[in-house]
Design a protein around this ligand. Sequence first.
Ligand code: ADP
Ligand code: MG
Length: 728
Amino acid sequence: MATLRFQALKEASGRKPVKFEEADRKSNIFATNVFNESTMKQFLTKDAFNGVRDAIQHGSKIDRKLADYIAMGMKEWALSKGVTHYTHWFQPLTGTTAEKHDAFFETDFEGGSLEKFGGGQLVQQEPDASSFPNGGIRNTFEARGYTAWDPTSPAFIYGTTLCIPTVFISYTGEALDYKTPLLRALHAIDEAATDVCRYFDKNVKKVTPTLGWEQEYFLVDKALANSRPDILLTGRTLLGHTSAKGQQLEDHYFGSIPSRVLQYMRELEEECMYLGIPVKTRHNEVAPNQFELAPIFEEANLAVDHNSLLMDVMQKVAERHDFKVLLHEKPFQGVNGSGKHNNWSMATDTGVNLLAPGKTPMSNLQFLTFFINTIKAVNIYEELLRASIASASNDHRLGANEAPPAIISVFIGDQLFKVLSELEGVSSGKLSPAEKTDLKLNVVGKIPDVMLDNTDRNRTSPFAFTGNKFEFRAVGSSANCANAMTTLNAIVAKQLKDFKKEVDALIDKKGLKKDEAIFNVLREYIKQSKNILFEGDGYSDAWEKEAKKRGLSNRKTTPEALKAKVSKQAFALFEELGIMNHVEVEARYEIELEEYTKKIQIEGRVLGDIARNHVIPTAIRYQNTLIENVRGLKEIFGKDFEKIAKEQIGLIKEISAHIEGINSNVEKMTEARKKANALTSAEKMAASYCDVVKPYFEIIREHCDKLELLVDDEIWTLTKYRELLFTK
Ligand code: ADP
Ligand code: MG
């Protein structure tokens, strides 16, 4: 008997829900482990408090003396909560979070000891980070990297450690992490959007992009997950025949949450509460054992940090409930994959959501301005936006038949589509009084009513307007949102800057009134951006053809998609806005290519191992049983045996053919890997892994999956799809 599989099954089927009781109502524990405003007020002097607030709101510098005071307060607070260590918490380009804990504890060299934490330790650290990816930045400049405190994201306590969100930069100033470019992009859009807002309201001083992510994930029993080397090493199943029952009955989506899972969710949500992650909704997703968690939206930098933290917390809480969380975009073939919808908008410091229509024609014109500028930005930079979500694991989702396609398009719904069409008809130059009245009353003025009826939803669109925000749906479930958010905020910032220039020019040079100028520019934008608007079924073949005609890109693989990151357009964008310089952009490109290559390389090795060490030996064992059976039949029936043993003989041959198929293709794949490894350019290597190595995965898998169907279930060593997906 296949011991590991059956042991795991026994363990999993005997599990009882791990009971969890909430300590208190959520509002009482929310953010109690966060050094937020109310805690700061309690633990900081007035000057220190004002200093931090100034830094958060206006980006002012915190000097060393002030930092000392802040550190002192932070330490007191942390010690009062039983904390022993502190860490600079950052997001290197590996896509995960990094931390190195230091104790507050120190000796005074006179036999005594104390807890120490000064401004120096708060503000800057130098982790030995030589093995984080840097895309050649540190080699080129022979510089070390350091982490620096980001006061805009509050420190928090996790377990017994004080975590201080930081950026990670080289001594020559290049960003080595995800957070730095994000902060710069957020700054750029703040400036650009504030300028545009002031056409409508002079009181606006700051615009903050908002992000509400929706995190999809799979839960698999820990014992079952551990019984599969592919899940353990790659986060997904590399083989496995689809279960007879999958998601066809659609009985999982929004269904009642299984009790073991519910206990897990309760504990996870409570952990999130302490950490100030405002989680709000939970439900079953479409695939069996697939779930979703979503928070109330927050300022984008904080939301990104919270999502990174969440992915870590999810895994830790899962341990206690004997689950493994699979954040991979496609852990199982044949059922839905997981995404991380990024709901995005912009909010002013006067409390206005810039993507929500308002009460007056003027505020609706403001809405239209931001709405149309976003569409235009996506139209111009669709390839860069596609590149921002590219990864080996997301390739399984994009373009497959259940996720947004690799083509970026924008869905806005019928009603807004009509509004744009009407605006397109606005005449050039000055507007007649009648036209102005008509616009105000019948077009712009009607938007809120229109939007109330606008209930249509298009689930197949990668970038959809959903009433008061855009939803970037193509982001992968395992991704750090920073990548997508940096790009989205950067392209809209650039677009808003250009818009401002054009409107000002019409006002200054052509003598148009402000609203006339705005209408004129928006009209041209609508004309220019039509290609990106698509209201139909994004999963259909017809759309692929149509998109091609429109000249939209359709990059189905990561190495293809990533090229847009180093286009002239991308360099110019990031440099103009001060988000990333040439070196930083190139470094990221290199790192992402390398990551792609390594992932496919690991998958190839694991698949080769499993196919040869699990599948083939099992197939041979079963074949031997068949051979013995045939031999016995021959002994009993003599020359009649061939007729009687016909099926068995057929099976024996079939098994041999599959074994041959596996062996020869594993060999060819290994050869292909060797050739790819010998290439010196990261670009060529990634392309070779993508185009030459990866296609063997399918072929090998098919032989293995066929064998799974043929071989006696009792001796099959790999935990099967039905067991992974339906054990609750
Ligand atoms: P659904 O998309 O499933 O219908 P909702 O529309 O309620 O659900 O919101 C989904 C996500 O969008 C939530 O995380 C929510 O916080 C977020 N969201 C709502 N408004 C905004 C906004 N103005 N900016 C960013 N995210 C938002
Ligand atoms: Mg949604």
